[in-house]
Design a protein around this ligand. Structure first.
Ligand code: ZN
Length: 455
């Protein structure tokens, strides 16, 4: 059978489309039935790049980088040093004072490496002050404009993700007229917007419990009015509902679909035609271990099957649009909800090999010199990372692999992701500072991390 573009039906020059743009995810999913120019490449300029650019802070913090450029996205931040505010585009904190010269917002001061500053015309001993950035409190303020989550470009991107993913799972290899309305919206931005934002806070809690923070989740369901819908949770920050078609299209038989992609690139996935089919599989996934006071004790056949939890969650949720409480407008309540989700994602340190290696690489110079904690330091995430490096160095042979470190963190903080409070941060700092030669231990730990395997 000839494959054709799912947007326009051409059989010429088909290409592989990244269903979720490469710069927004650490694991690829691909739809191969999209024509190269009009419905793949052109989408970048039409709506994808705008969203990618505006979410740079999030992808950077979650260690997601584009494989094309192989670099982390830079974002706009303001940095307050000794009471003066500077505005800059930054990608890592350690690069801040190394190369760039930054101008203060009031235009009265500049800051940068001392040799560069002294070379500036008009610089003299009177107007140049040398400061030790390790002894000053540096406050970073980041502004993320939340309107990106309610913008037309975001809606088009979310519709594209849902449409291409659903077609992939239903082996759609041609343009189907049933999808005309959503195709029109994705390709032109006009017509009826099929995307709305889930406003029910309970649904967000539910996702938070089931999925790691920062992951993407896609779920399809058939609504009470028989329409086919996809839920798209973007980084766990905003959850969207996409109405794909008004009824189940006969050739699309798989309508119970689930996918989640973690920040560490691991995927969990299932696909069924009906709820009944899934129900049967759940039942078969358990066996009766015994009986206690007349209650059957059931046990999963395979403890390693992580999708079983997701299946049971799907089954218990009974998705319908009324319950989801969807809307399109940026009202205050929804804005507060998204801000809360965003704060959670940004304050959580997910433990990934990639993130650890990146941190060591960026802090190599300071580690070589011998780390001295800034007494006024407030960067909780950095303290957590140094602590992990310290643990690797301190335990010597015990923590050698990423798996060792993960189980250490799981034991200590009961979870792979932890929200670092001021108290936990202070405890970690004290534990390190109690060891006289902590700088040397950190340096040994850094070597262990550099040698950890990457999958
Ligand atoms: Zn096309």
């Amino acid at each position: 059978m000839t494959r054709r573009c799912i947007y326009c039906g051409t059989e010429k020059d088909l290409s592989k489309s990244d269903i979720i743009p490469d710069a927004l995810t650490s694991a690829k999913i691909i739809n191969p039935n999209v024509c190269r120019v009009a419905h793949n490449n052109k989408f970048s300029d039409m709506f994808e790049n705008e969203v990618i650019e505006k979410l740079a802070l999030i992808t950077n913090e979650l260690d997601v980088k584009s494989s094309k450029g192989n670099h982390y996205a830079s974002y706009l931040a303001s940095v307050i040093v000794d009471g003066t505010e500077y505005s800059t585009k930054m990608s890592t904190e350690t690069e801040l004072f190394k190369q760039k010269i930054m101008r203060s917002i009031d235009g009265k001061s500049i800051i940068g490496p001392i040799d560069k500053i002294k070379n500036i015309k008009g610089a003299s001993d009177e107007n140049v002050t040398e400061i030790d950035i390790n002894q000053l409190e540096i406050e970073k303020k980041i502004v993320l404009d939340l309107s990106v989550f309610f913008g037309k470009s975001m809606y088009r991107l979310i519709a594209k993700i849902a449409f291409e993913w659903y077609c992939l799972n239903n082996s759609v290899t041609d343009k189907l007229s049933e999808f005309n309305s959503i195709i029109n919206f994705i390709t032109t931005g006009e017509g009826k917007n099929p995307v709305s934002i889930v406003g029910n806070e309970k649904i967000y809690h539910f996702f938070n419990q089931m999925m790691d923070m920062g992951s993407h989740t896609l779920i399809s369901y058939v609504d009470e009015d028989a329409s086919v819908n996809i839920l798209v949770s973007l980084f766990g920050i905003a959850i969207y509902n996409v109405r794909l078609s008004d009824y189940v299209i006969p050739q699309c038989i798989n309508n119970i679909l689930f996918l989640t992609i973690n920040v560490d690139a691991k995927k969990s996935y299932f696909k069924y035609s009906t709820l009944e089919e899934m129900e049967k599989e759940i039942e078969n996934g358990f066996y009766q271990m015994g009986e206690f006071n007349g209650l059957k004790i059931m046990c999963p056949q395979n403890f390693n099957d992580v999708t079983m939890t997701n299946k049971m969650m799907y089954y218990s949720c009974n998705f319908n649009k009324k319950e989801l409480n969807c809307c399109n407008d940026m009202d205050d309540k929804l804005l507060a909800l998204i801000r809360k989700q965003l704060d959670q994602v940004l304050n959580i340190s997910a433990l990934t090999v990639r993130g650890l290696k990146r941190f060591v690489k960026e802090h190599r110079e300071a580690i070589d010199k011998g780390i001295v904690f800034n007494p006024f330091g407030t960067n909780k995430k950095a303290i957590f990372m140094f602590y992990l490096i310290f643990i690797c160095g301190k335990t010597g042979k015990k923590v050698q692999s990423f798996e060792d470190l993960t189980s250490f963190v799981k034991n200590k903080f009961s979870g792979k992701q932890i929200a670092i409070s001021d108290e936990i941060c202070e405890e970690m700092k004290q534990e390190m500072e109690a060891v006289e030669e902590y700088a040397r231990i950190i340096s040994q730990g850094a070597v262990i991390i550099e040698n950890m395997k990457f999958d």
